[in-house]
Write a protein that binds this ligand. Structure first.
Ligand SMILES: [Zn+2]
Length: 429
């Protein structure tokens, strides 16, 4: 087999494309491959698919391809231009690359695979790309994925806020809870932020939403009520966020009590902060004895903690009616505890009760979003190079968007003439 045939086979080329020259430069560590088209070939006009002849060839272009063994491989070609009576002179697209790209499809896809596993700098080392090149491949992959994505509203949505940079700026993350993917990342956490997402869909489409889980955050509530039909029955306050309200109340009680005790020289609550924030079963073994001791005392903090722990059982109910009864009893206990922070938290929950009880109807939480959040946290750490919010947003969609990211041969419109095009990824089409 000659080297030119060998490379035709490696590159999956077929008529009218052929390899005319291969050059190995060991010192430079590269292989250069020249591709030409058969001159008598009749092309389809890229606009109308009419059979037309070659008009001329454009300047030689070079594409970076996957390595041949340890050698960087570069494809050279002067792409043919055709002249169509209707559309004039048109460039024939290369089947091995997307228009305008300096990389072949297979090379781009390799960089995409590498970017999925490490940060941009790591991908640069492994693929020999610059930061800008790898970023550009990532950016294009996300745009491609978004273009291919079917426009539809997920049935179960999770809405969550995420801080960006130094906690002063926020992003709203909208997640598809069934798929566990990030649907959309929008600047800020205002009512308009979420409305911008809902606004893309018609009333009919928004009717398909079965439930939206969120924190008790008024702007999100208002946006959902403004756009989603029957929002009152569909908003579910995240159970972890609900528990957080009461846990924060426990912490407030502890702070106040610790201060008062210390004034009397009593340091019983010293160093116990994190124990009171934990769920009972999470108390580490080596501190259990100490904790059991202290929670049986008459301390206000111990009482607040017990009230919080008892609310956890609320979520075990199967029927909303029974859960509601349980809440009523819990509410009575909490509001008669004489612990101001606990009373306030209980009153907040009572006000929000219908959309807390809707959990028993839909059984969704933002836990999926939380899982994504930890992935996003990792993206943030990897992404010291992300200089702006747009980079950050794109990286989230790249890693968590569930998008079809890969470059493929240019999708050809259906042709009346039966022609075969050859693609490196898919062979003959
Ligand atoms: Zn044409």
């Amino acid at each position: 087999m000659r080297d030119t045939q060998f490379y035709e086979a490696l590159l999956g080329l077929s008529d009218p494309w052929k390899v005319t020259k291969v050059e190995l430069n060991s010192a430079a560590g590269r292989v250069d491959v020249w591709i030409e088209d058969r001159s008598s070939f009749k092309w389809n006009c890229p606009e109308c698919q009419e059979k037309v002849s070659v008009y001329d060839h454009s300047e030689e272009r070079v594409w970076r391809h996957l390595n041949t063994c340890q050698f960087g491989t570069y494809i050279h070609c002067r792409l043919p231009r055709v002249k169509c009576p209707t559309h004039g002179v048109k460039q024939v697209p290369a089947p091995w690359a997307e228009p305008g790209s300096r990389f072949t499809l297979l090379f781009e896809n390799w960089v995409i695979d590498t970017l999925k596993e490490c940060d941009i700098t790591g991908a640069n080392h492994l693929t020999g790309t610059t930061w800008y090149e790898a970023w550009n491949i990532m950016d294009k992959a996300v745009e491609r994925g978004l273009r291919r994505k079917q426009k539809r509203v997920p049935e179960y949505l999770g809405v969550d806020e995420k801080s960006f940079a130094k906690r002063h700026r926020y992003e709203t993350l909208i997640c598809d809870l069934s798929k566990g993917t990030v649907e959309c990342v929008i600047d800020d956490r205002r009512q308009e932020s979420l409305e911008a997402y809902f606004g893309q869909f018609s009333k009919e489409e928004l009717k398909e939403i079965k439930a939206v889980v969120m924190d008790m955050w008024d702007p999100y509530i208002a946006a959902t009520k403004a756009f989603v039909p029957d929002a009152d029955k569909k908003i579910v306050f995240d159970r972890f966020h609900v528990m957080q309200q009461v846990t924060e109340a426990v912490d407030k009680v502890r702070r106040q009590e610790h201060k008062a005790l210390m004034a009397e020289g009593d340091d019983r609550l010293k160093g116990t902060k994190h124990l009171w924030l934990m769920n009972e079963e999470k108390i580490p073994g080596w501190r259990r004895e100490e904790f059991d001791e202290i929670r049986k005392t008459e301390l206000k903090t111990a009482r607040a903690w017990a009230i919080k722990e008892s609310l956890r059982r609320f979520w075990d109910y199967r029927y909303p009616k029974n859960a509601q009864k349980y809440f009523k009893r819990w509410y009575f206990w909490a509001t008669h505890s004489k612990l101001r922070p606990v009373i306030e938290a209980a009153k907040t929950l009572k006000r929000r009760l219908p959309n807390i009880l809707s959990y028993f109807e839909h059984r969704i939480t933002n836990a999926v979003t939380e899982g994504l959040n930890s992935k996003i946290q990792m993206i943030k750490q990897m992404a010291c190079g992300f200089r702006n919010q747009e980079h950050y947003r794109k990286a989230i969609l790249f890693h968590c968007g569930g998008l079809d990211l890969y470059a493929r041969c240019p999708e050809q419109p259906p042709s009346p003439v039966n022609t075969t095009i050859s693609c490196m990824t898919h062979g003959k089409l």
